[in-house]
Every structure is written in structure tokens, then in C-alpha cells.
Design a protein around this ligand. Structure first.
Ligand SMILES: Cc1cc2nc3c(=O)[nH]c(=O)nc-3n(C[C@H](O)[C@H](O)[C@H](O)COP(=O)(O)O)c2cc1C
Length: 363
């Protein structure tokens, strides 16, 4: 049997039935109060039923100052316990393990969602045009956000999740502390740019001892100054010293070379070399076919995650196993019904050109 369909047991004792993971995907569909909406549950359940070993949820906001998208769901207080449980139940009903992705958006939050001013490590806006200038967090606010990640972990455990994934990737708050672009602080949170993400990690690990905790990171940033591979090596080494279950490297394409450096081979291979079997790695990025998934495992990564193809081909694990054709483009006609998509997600797919390939209907 292909390694793709072999179980894996993490250090916490959590066992996944295979190596296929639904990558975290924001649905833009939750209710304005941060509660999951009913049309998200069939979308989740259909993917969980398709045979993935684990399903990582969309980014779930741990603190009101970190609300990053219209339609993002929340785990920032006990009023969200029923909402959280409904997603864990939908994933379990489909037969996957449920991992809650815990998140704070930092300077990426739209001002209107966070009382007018986003927060970050320093008052430096994102390099994209028209980005809001954030406010640098005070020390007591930093400690409050760390505690919010811990409380979110306790809620995840209470509501039936098998584990959490700390969202340290894709330019959000944890990454903003690691990055020399966004962290220009002169206090200890700036002198040691790993202090905040590691404090979050330790707080999460201590919140529920023995729980399954993973950490997602982005290995490089395009801007200068910005995160380089050497920064990521330091982060990965520090994470490998902790009792985590896995790391998850966020890449656009699992084959991609470094954005800035000229070493041989892919960024994924470089990071695997640094990890050196200390923790299992989930890799993601433009995986479409069974061949792609096997190519990921042949690099030495233990797990392979898919995002866009889990949307365009809801039964992807079954189809790669049976050898059926994989639909890699989303259908334009009746997308919501055919692919069982919540409205906010389908609308976003339609509005952002080039993000998803679209299969036009013939009539
Ligand atoms: C609709 C959509 C929403 C996403 N939301 C999240 C998210 O909430 N958290 C996260 O870490 N990554 C998020 N991502 C990134 C994916 O997890 C993944 O890393 C990226 O899409 C590359 O994988 P793919 O080539 O299989 O699509 C999102 C991607 C998509 C397509």
C-alpha cells in the first residue's frame, strides 16, 4: 500500500488513518457575531467524509483584536463553545481527526473589524499599497494575546477537537513578530524576534498537557527586510526542542526554490534537512494529483495537505485512491450546489481572479 494511505501516530498519541490533510481554509462565511453559519457544516462534512486523515479548520480568531476577515469565525470566548463543537462534530462524523487552527491577524486585520486600528509588533504597515498603519502592542496586550491562544486551546479540547494548529504563517501576527519588516521593537519582544511565537507555543502546550499541537510557518518573505531562510532555521530549531506533534510549512508550490538564496533543491528539502527527523512535517502547495502527493512524501515530509483541490474535487482522497480523474478547476455553473460550498467562500472564489482555475460550462 502506498505510504499515502499508511497511518501515522504523533508523539501525543494521536493517530491519523493516512497522510492526507485538508489544509486550513478560511470560508468567509461565518455569521457577523463570529459563530459558524449552518451552510459551512455540509461543506466541512463532505470533505471529512472523503477520507482525509485529518481536517485542519479555517483560521479561528482567538482575540477580538485579531479579527482578520469578514466572515471569520471566533474562539475568543466561551460563547463560541457550541459553534466550535458543531465543526468538530461535523469533521468526526465524516471520519477525520479535527484540528482547530488558532489565529490572530495582527496588522492584516481590516480596521473596521478591530475598532479602527489593527495591532502588530511595531507601527509598520504591510508593504502592500493602502495598508492601514497598525499600533504597536503594549507589553500587557502581548501577554493577553498569549493567554488568549492558551484559552482557545482549552476550548478546543472542551469541544472535542483532537488538537490545535498554531497559525504562525501567511503574514499574520506570529509571523509579524518573527519578521524584521514588521518587528522593529527595541524591547525584549524585538531583541528576540522568536520570543512571542515561542511564548505562544509554550502557553498552548501548557494549556492542555499532552494535547496534539502543530505549528504552521512561512519560510520566507518577499520583502526586504523580511524573513529569510536563516531566520526560519532558528525558528524551526526552537520549535523542534518543544513537544509538538508536527510542523506545517506553508508554500505556494512544494517544489519551489528559495525566493532569495541559491542553494540546490527546493525550500521544502532544505527545511526537511534542518528538521532532520525531529518532528513530522506537513507540506502543502499546488498538490493536485496522486503523483504530486507521492512526490511530497518522497522528499521526506510525512504528511501532505491540499487546499484548492479539496474545494474543486470534494472526494479527492477517494479519487486518487481509485485512479479516477481529478477535477482541478472549480465549476462555474451551480458552484455552490455541485461543490457544496458555503456562500461566502463561493463568492470569494468568484471575485478573486486567478486564485482558482475555473471550468466554464459548455451551455
Ligand atoms: C480559500 C482559501 C482559504 C485559506 N485560508 C487559510 C487559513 O485560514 N489558514 C491558513 O493557514 N491558510 C489558508 N489558506 C492557504 C492554504 O492552507 C494553502 O496553504 C494554500 O492554498 C496552498 O495550497 P493549495 O495549492 O493546495 O491551494 C487558504 C487557502 C485558500 C485557497
Amino acid at each position: 500500500m502506498s505510504e499515502l494511505f499508511q497511518p501515522i501516530t504523533f508523539a501525543s498519541g494521536l493517530t491519523l488513518k493516512n497522510r492526507l490533510v485538508v489544509a486550513p481554509m478560511t470560508t468567509y462565511s461565518s455569521q457577523p457575531n463570529g459563530v459558524i453559519s449552518p451552510d459551512e457544516l455540509p461543506y466541512i462534512r463532505r470533505r471529512a467524509e472523503a477520507g482525509y486523515g485529518s481536517f485542519i479548520t479555517s483560521a479561528c480568531c482567538v482575540h477580538p483584536s485579531g479579527w482578520a476577515f469578514q466572515g471569520q469565525w471566533q474562539c475568543s470566548s466561551d460563547e463560541f463553545l457550541d459553534s466550535l463543537a458543531s465543526v468538530a462534530d461535523a469533521i468526526h462524523a465524516g471520519g477525520s481527526k479535527a484540528i482547530l487552527q488558532i489565529h490572530h491577524g495582527g496588522r492584516q486585520c481590516p480596521p473596521e473589524l478591530v475598532n479602527g486600528t489593527p495591532v502588530s509588533a511595531s507601527a509598520i504597515p504591510n508593504a502592500r499599497p493602502n495598508s492601514a498603519v497598525p499600533r504597536a502592542l503594549e507589553e500587557d496586550e502581548i501577554l493577553e494575546i498569549i493567554e488568549a491562544f492558551a484559552q482557545a486551546t482549552i476550548r478546543a479540547k472542551q469541544t472535542g477537537y483532537d488538537g490545535v494548529q498554531i497559525h504562525g504563517a501567511n503574514t499574520y501576527l506570529l509571523q509579524q513578530f518573527v519578521s524584521p519588516h514588521s518587528n522593529r521593537r527595541e524591547d525584549s519582544w524585538g531583541q528576540d524576534c522568536l520570543k512571542f511565537p515561542l511564548a505562544v507555543t509554550d502557553a498552548v502546550l501548557n494549556a492542555v498537557p499532552g494535547y496534539s499541537v502543530g505549528y504552521r510557518f512561512s519560510p520566507e518573505e518577499p520583502e526586504t527586510p523580511g524573513i529569510r531562510i536563516t531566520d526560519t532555521i532558528a525558528l524551526v530549531n526552537a520549535l523542534c526542542d518543544r513537544p509538538l506533534d508536527n510542523l506545517d510549512i506553508s508554500l505556494r508550490d512544494f517544489r519551489q526554490p528559495s525566493l532569495h538564496e541559491s542553494f540546490e533543491g527546493s525550500t521544502l528539502s532544505k527545511i526537511l534537512e534542518v528538521i532532520n527527523d525531529r518532528l513530522p512535517l506537513i507540506a502543502v502547495g499546488s498538490v493536485k494529483s496522486r503523483e504530486d502527493a507521492e512526490a511530497v512524501l518522497s522528499t521526506g515530509a510525512e504528511l501532505v495537505a491540499v487546499a484548492r483541490v479539496a474545494i474543486s474535487e470534494p472526494e479527492w482522497p477517494q479519487k486518487i485512491q481509485s485512479g479516477e480523474t481529478i477535477r482541478t478547476k472549480v465549476v462555474a455553473k451551480n458552484m455552490r450546489e455541485v461543490l457544496t460550498l458555503p456562500n461566502g467562500l463561493a463568492t470569494k472564489i468568484e471575485q478573486v481572479p486567478g486564485w482558482f482555475e475555473v471550468e466554464e460550462s459548455e451551455d
